[in-house]
Design a protein around this ligand. Sequence first.
Ligand SMILES: Cc1ncc(COP(=O)(O)O)c(C=O)c1O
Length: 405
Amino acid sequence: MTYSTLALSIAESATLRLNEQARLLRERGEAVIHLGIGEPKNRAPMTALLGAASKLNTGDIKYVPTDGLPGLKKAIIRYTEENYDRLVAPENVIVSAGAKQSIFNILYTLLNPQDEVIILAPYWVSYPEIVKMCYGIPVIVRPEDGTFHPRVEEIERAVTSSTKAIILNSPNNPSGIVFSDEFLAQIVDFCERRGIYVLADDIYHKLVFDGKQPTPAYRFTTKDVENSKIIVINGVAKLYGMTGFRIGWTIAPRKMVEVMTNVQSQVTTCVSPFLQTAAEAALIGMQSIVEQLRLTIQNNRDVIMNELHGFTGVKCVKPQGTFYCLPDFRAYKQDSVELSNFLLQRAYVVTVPGKEFGMEGHLRLSYAGSVKDVTEGIARIKWALDPNSPNEIYIGDKKMVRDWL
Ligand SMILES: Cc1ncc(COP(=O)(O)O)c(C=O)c1O
């Protein structure tokens, strides 16, 4: 039996694997704390639930247009006008089964075999794998100054005649940093001059802290959507707590949306209509839910930073957005996969190894859960790693004694 070499080269999603391990440990009765989770805890907006329910109640759940229901597209157009200051046409919008599928469809539509896509480390785990699945070559650019902020000169050095696109994700998963306006202006200008597509993955764009406003890449081009190289990806998963609804979208030139629609029509036909109705309801409903989530997450960010400050040897860049941070644990261990496994087995805390995001020696911690999870999770990590911390701890109702330091 043989399988495709390409398919065999695709890595398992590390975050989904960890979710599964955590589930199995929980099933065994262990008091697992999940600091690996990539979703907010809030319930989906009531308007979204009612929207989905009323659509289901019609009993008329059939195939719908591949590029998305007109109602949802209208809501996306309004969202784009309000948040990006761009008026786009329905033909510039395509709805997909989550931003992940949007990214896949975009890359599948853009890339010829061996085309290169620049990915900025630290990066979302799926980017390199999706590029490979589209026969492209991921080119990783790592900030040489040890920060998480990319620099234009480093990107320029990585560009070749085969460079087709660059993926920008700000606020950034996993570091939580927000790219500076100066960087965005320079990179958009450079890419438009060189004919390189800029994929702006804006899935966390409203989850920014301390009064910061997200700056859309569009602000730095004078070109309209038809002529610009900027392609916008967004969705309802992270801002509305609707990860399971699987609704994402792309804003791109008409011709590109046409090709993406053909691609999508041959793979998934269309996105489920009642889930699209739910997303539409979320987008046109009360937006205070997003602000409430942002405030909760900002508070959690403060809590986790406070806890990490008291952790000798651990350094952490303060996140300006998302619900992740990426502390440097190299003082304890270089190998982040080993460290993450160790913390799961000994302290029952789920973390995601930095290696998966192109940042070995770091762990991605999520503070999308409760304050209690954040404080207890960090206390357990401290107990497992720091010889100066007390060597006894309660995990659930079990008293644990550290005997390895
Ligand atoms: C940076 C980034 N882009 C895209 C996605 C995928 O979003 P969706 O759940 O809509 O597919 C995620 C999910 O974790 C993400 O972190």
